[in-house]
Design a protein around this ligand. Structure first.
Ligand SMILES: NC(=O)C1=CN([C@@H]2O[C@H](COP(=O)(O)OP(=O)(O)OC[C@H]3O[C@@H](n4cnc5c(N)ncnc54)[C@H](O)[C@@H]3O)[C@@H](O)[C@H]2O)C=CC1
Ligand SMILES: O=C(CO)COP(=O)(O)O
Length: 323
């Protein structure tokens, strides 16, 4: 199975490294310096510096070069997946969606964006607790690889698996997507807890109540509870709510220390997906009649409301059942 990768950020590069264990990989990157650095130095100096890459990874700046690949891993940021896929020759080639987010404006999950662009392409979702630098370094990692077609799921899993990269099977594509999209927003909130010095009890409470939020929203959208409690949901939530390696957590850390979102987000080359997902997730939750107070709080922080006021309001909410 010849693999193509769409996106030369940290995660696309790390996944190319995973796929290169089983054969050559062609990676499309938007930035000419990334193409040059991968082909010339076997390193992605811009987005994953310091990790030696397999010589079996070749980079290109032309999406047309991806024609003829047997599967494409889609690793552009969620807000750009639609535009990039529209320009990619896909046909019936399976698309493995690896971005985590919801498209602003349309409120579509990345899988829905992909199906709208290429109705005949089968889709799968790869998601889980996966910091790119650890995966690229070959540290043990497990993911959910969800696909409605069992045979395709098994072929993709077999192609990507190694002793240090374990894809677990699921047929719940929506559930796998929702966990990854929602946890980015909750990771911002966890960073705020840390930045404002609210303590470890508060962080654990936020993870548990955040998971309740993720579950309510996921169930309303048809996700299975066991998927949300698995690698792509709770697993990824725990990872990104515990570490400054998470860009979303780090954004929240800055907000909790009093910085303004507009300043923290200016001029960054790396993506903190939660900042884009939060407002559209809040809209989707309102539409579905789902209460998501932590998501609403993150939206207010991103709108410039000071962290102290947002925290006070969250803690002053009426007492309620835990369920
Ligand atoms: N970095 C990580 O550890 C992980 C990231 N992800 C997800 O993977 C997706 C990609 O993230 P990263 O690879 O980390 O990105 P990154 O933050 O390392 O790099 C930014 C990426 O955005 C791309 N980009 C910027 N403007 C663009 C545009 N107008 N059109 C198309 N692409 C554009 C850049 O080319 C680059 O590939 C995100 O949805 C992220 O949530 C998922 C799992 C782990
Ligand atoms: O999704 C990730 C790990 O699973 C990466 O998290 P950040 O985008 O917050 O860095």
């Amino acid at each position: 199975m010849k693999i193509g990768v769409i996106g030369g950020g940290a995660w696309g590069t790390a996944l190319a490294q995973v796929a290169a264990r089983g054969g050559d990989v062609l990676l499309w990157a938007r930035e000419p310096d990334v193409v040059e650095s991968i082909n010339g130095r076997h390193e992605n100096l811009t987005f994953l510096p310091g990790v030696p890459l397999s010589p079996d990874i070749r980079a290109t700046g032309l999406l047309a070069d991806l024609a003829g690949r047997d599967a494409l891993l889609v690793v552009a940021p969620a807000q750009h997946v639609g535009a990039v896929l529209e320009a990619t020759p896909v046909g019936r080639t399976p698309l493995v969606l690896c971005a985590k987010g919801i498209e602003a404006g349309t409120r579509r999950l990345v899988g829905e964006v992909a199906q709208a662009a290429h109705a005949e392409a089968p889709i799968a979702v790869l998601s889980g607790p996966t910091f790119a630098h650890e995966v690229a370094a070959g540290l043990p990692t497990a993911v959910t690889l969800a696909c409605a077609d069992d045979a395709l799921q098994a072929r993709l899993a077999g192609r990507l698996a190694s002793p240090s990269f374990r894809p677990y099977a699921s047929a719940d594509v929506i559930g796998a997507e929702i966990g990854g999209a929602v946890k980015n927003v909750l990771a911002i909130a966890c960073g705020v807890v840390e930045g404002a010095g609210l303590g470890q009890n508060a962080r654990a409470a936020l993870i548990a109540r955040g998971f309740a939020e993720m579950t309510r929203f996921g169930m309303a959208r048809g996700a299975r509870p066991e998927t949300l409690a698995g690698l792509s949901g709770l697993g990824d939530l725990v990872l990104t709510c515990s570490s400054t390696s998470s860009r979303n957590f780090s954004l929240g850390l800055g907000l909790g220390r009093g910085a303004r979102a507009i300043d923290l987000l200016a001029d960054r080359r790396t993506v903190a997906e939660g900042a884009f997902t939060a407002p559209v997730l809040a809209e989707a939750a309102a539409e579905a009649g789902v209460d998501m107070p932590i998501t609403a709080a993150v939206c207010r922080l991103l709108d410039g409301v000071p962290a102290r006021a947002v925290i006070d309001d969250l803690l002053a909410r009426p007492l309620r059942d835990e369920g």
